[in-house]
Write a protein that binds this ligand. Sequence first.
Ligand SMILES: [Zn+2]
Length: 146
Amino acid sequence: MLFRFTLCLTCVKRQRLTNELRGDVLMDENMQEYFKDILLKRLEELIDEAEKTVAGMTDTEETFPDPTDRATLESDRNFMLRIRDRERKLIVKIREALERIEDGNFGVCELCGDDIGIDRLKARPVTTHCIECKRREEASEKARGT
Ligand SMILES: [Zn+2]
């Protein structure tokens, strides 16, 4: 159980406390593993899609000959530049979410530091804002007419 002590204890304690008060499902190691799994699968799908897009654009069979090249391919700047904007943005978001899992910050709202909530994360694992902050943001966007 060494893993438990490698997480930031203050974050974990704070998160547990607010979760317990609200009666939510706890964001523990199992939950983090669960989201990591989802995110990695989604990342793989996106890279598959992106490969097809790039292969279609260049119209060559040999663009990505070996699936084991995937690791280098993922960090290939040219590759990232050639894929569609929507996919690129999502890949970046998923990578950031994976980094947050490693840092122990996953599931914590960027704006208010509150828990995002397991249900919201299940619907949108890459989100960095809790539902309250998201609502506030959308309301002010509407007010600005964007
Ligand atoms: Zn928030």
